[in-house]
Ligand binder design. Sequence first.
Ligand SMILES: Nc1nc2c(ncn2[C@@H]2O[C@H](COP(=O)(O)OP(=O)(O)O)[C@@H](O)[C@H]2O)c(=O)[nH]1
Ligand SMILES: [Mg+2]
Length: 389
Amino acid sequence: MSRLLGTIKRMFGGGGDRPPDLDATLNELRSKTPAPVFWLVGKTQSGKTSIIKFLTGADDAVIGAGFRPTTKTTRRFDFPSTDAPLLGFLDTRGLDEPGYNAADDIAALDSQAHVVVVTVKATDFAQGNVRAALGPIRAANPSRPVVLCVSTLHEAIPRQPHPTPYPFANPGSEGVPEDLRRCIEEHTRAFAGMYDFLVPIDLTRPEDGFPEPHYGGDQLKATLLQTLPGAYRQTLIRLKEATDALKDVHMRHAEPVILGYSTLAATAGAVPIPFVDMIIIPGIQARMATDLAKQYGQAMTHARFKEIAAAVGVGLMSRQLARQATKFIPVVGSAVGAAVGGASTYALGRALCYYFQAACAGHVPDAQTLKAYYQEQYTAAEQKWKSER
Ligand SMILES: Nc1nc2c(ncn2[C@@H]2O[C@H](COP(=O)(O)OP(=O)(O)O)[C@@H](O)[C@H]2O)c(=O)[nH]1
Ligand SMILES: [Mg+2]
């Protein structure tokens, strides 16, 4: 109601014709956008960052730089960016410190996390601090799934290969080396009643030389998918599908950025926010352009962005224009729809990458080629966005 009143006021000049603040609106949109948040609970060196690396494809440096403190003992990493996140991770790093008090973290973070992921090394049975933290976290929200990841499996079976095919999916199945079986049983006992799923994993580094560096990774992804509510699951699936297929290094980094901003734009298109098609979505797209330009080491000026957007046919209106327009357009904030918002942003992102890639190689594509590429991407993306709903 207050929004409607605000809109009417704006229309009739009573409250001025000030367009909404982009940052404030983006904040509101982020809170409505289904980006899964995982709460990682485990000792230092137990494999928390390795799980983030595996799920996002981001490297240590990016993850390290991306963490920001949330409480005294916990920090948060948003992937691919805090501006347009697809996945969020809370890292309880203070767990090992004497006198760690989960209550503070729960008060600050409980409402943010969809799934708790507990990491324990297969051969490390000193998990008292982890259980002490996990107990109240679970009690605060008993219906929130807890996934217990038993990591660094090979330490339980030195000089032996991983059991293949992955034998842990069916309890009691054959093929698990005795030493490893005992380790997992011990964790099962110690954490009884505190978790919903147990997934043994070994996320090794390529240089460790294991034939399957992400041992148990598929099972971990499948379990996390199973635990997430519908819309959040969709985000994870979209990320997985989009990045699995990509060979090009630039595109592997760019694609999550594009997906992050298109998901935000889809949310903007789906909720009736005034000025969504004049300010909000172009604002989201401009930020995406800046982010993508950085990925390709290219400069992104306003003029260049306008030129590219005009070439592909994305309508761009400046703040100035939007101000004028409110005086003449009777229906302010006609929602553009999730599919249109999402697909136009996605296609523009891909077109920008196409442009940057060509520019890096020393030739700039002509407007017609760019437009054809945009339209092809748009059609495919719109289909996808519609079929998901
Ligand atoms: N082999 C193996 N090494 C792992 C695994 N998980 C973590 N590591 C290694 O253990 C070290 C600490 O892992 P990290 O993910 O940073 O732990 P964190 O402190 O909990 O974030 C790193 O050198 C990782 O490469 C795993 O499942 N298998
Ligand atoms: Mg870490």
